[in-house]
Design a binder for this molecule. Structure first.
Ligand code: FMN
Length: 378
């Protein structure tokens, strides 16, 4: 494509990203989501006033959909840290209700990311240190055996019930939907991935059998909430300690995993990649979100290094065109209808006004990313 003039590029960004989008019964006012980011600023698992203002500030500055940091479902084995907010317990849920209320008052929408870490935890840590570490086969992401325990059918049923309860609570206390954390090598992903799922019962075996646990979680969540309440499923190829790991080598393999989840009631998939512009499979420019939308027909959210390198991101505004990682590259993909929303992570930590600046074409004012922003909750 021809290189737009800077003003034209700015108004193109504003125009494309300002369009509302619906996910099941929810209308999100624009295409910018905040990616879920664990911040560990909730002692005792209770999100406090600082967490309320952290999220509502970003909603007030134009983020259409906030996906909260991962928050633990109500099972003692779910969590790694007492500073990660929990999605169970009276005080914890009261804290979350204030977050949802403040985000709504600021004009945004918000879903909690429901999380169970599985074998990323060791017995002895987390808010319930006595609880065993559990996972599909009791092995860690690197394949080693630790203190972990392979989940019994009772464990499977209890954890599924905990996800369903958390989803019902999310609706009850005023959230707009839920996101299930099925990515990055945590519990749900440990079932999906052959590296950590060595079960020989109905929850293990080929790729479709390995989706059974995830599909049961989705179905239980779907049944616990209203039909129009959005259920988002986040997944990834990569694992937190292994960026080269893959669930699917081909579109056909990916379809085998996503189809049962879509059938179980997922409304939108959040395809977690580290760089949104990288093609997922040979022979096509589509990224993982693009393939997800093409294969399932569901709403898709893309993510990965958006706006991190100010120079690359702003190429179009400097007359360089749609290079990799540029805002123009992202907008071209939106115009081709590859995906429906873009999630922004670190750039939104750095600059709470990021969405407002992009939506109003004031991209020259974006603050450059500095990793120091990971350390504060502002
Ligand atoms: C500090 C931090 C915490 C994160 N915590 C989570 C999390 O709780 N759940 C999750 O799915 N992803 C988590 N991620 C991944 C982000 O959601 C996002 O996919 C990633 O940062 C890439 O987007 P970005 O390049 O825009 O930052 C985290 C990332 C960061 C930087």
């Amino acid at each position: 494509m021809t290189t737009p003039a800077p003003e034209a590029a700015a108004s193109r960004a504003a125009e494309i990203l300002s369009r509302p989008v619906t996910i099941n019964g929810l209308t999100v006012p624009n295409r910018i989501a905040m990616a879920p980011m664990t911040r560990m600023f909730s002692p005792g698992g209770v999100p406090g006033e600082d967490v309320v203002s952290y999220y509502s500030r970003r909603a007030a500055a134009g983020v259409g959909l906030i996906v909260t940091e991962g928050t633990y479902v109500g099972h003692e084995t779910a969590g790694l840290s007492d500073r990660v907010p929990r999605f169970h317990g009276e005080e914890q849920l009261a804290g979350w209700a204030k977050v949802a209320e403040a985000v709504h008052a600021a004009g945004g929408t918000i879903v909690p990311q429901l999380w169970h870490v599985g074998m990323v935890r060791e017995q002895g840590n987390g808010p319930f240190p006595e609880a065993p570490a559990i996972g599909p086969s009791g092995i860690r992401l690197d394949g080693t055996e630790g203190t972990g325990k392979a989940m019994t059918q009772q464990d499977v049923d209890d954890v599924i019930a905990a996800f369903a309860k958390a989803a019902a609570d999310a609706e009850r206390i005023g959230f707009d939907g839920v996101e299930l954390h099925g990515a990055h090598g945590y519990l749900i992903d440990q079932f999906l991935w052959a590296g950590t799922n060595r079960r020989t019962d109905a929850y293990g075996g080929d790729a479709v059998a390995r989706t059974r646990f995830a599909a049961e979680v989705v179905a239980a969540v779907r049944a616990a909430v209203s039909p129009e309440f959005p259920v988002i499923f986040r997944y990834s190829q990569w694992k937190s300690d292994n960026y080269d790991a893959r669930l699917a080598e081909t579109p056909e393999e990916l379809e085998a995993i996503l189809a049962p989840l879509a059938a179980a009631g997922v409304d939108a998939f959040h395809a977690s990649t580290r760089r949104y512009w990288l093609p997922e499979f040979e022979g096509s420019d589509l990224n993982l979100a693009g393939w997800t939308k093409k294969l399932t027909g569901k709403t898709a959210i893309t993510v990965g290094s958006v706006g991190l390198d100010g120079g690359d991101f702003l190429n179009a505004f400097q007359g360089k065109g749609a290079e990799l990682g540029s805002l123009d590259n992202l907008l071209d993909r939106f115009e081709r209808d590859e995906f429906d929303l873009v999630a922004v992570g670190r750039a939104l930590l750095q600059d709470p006004q990021w969405a407002e600046k992009v939506l109003s074409g004031r991209v020259g004012e974006l603050a450059p990313y500095d990793a120091a922003s990971l350390k504060t909750l502002s």
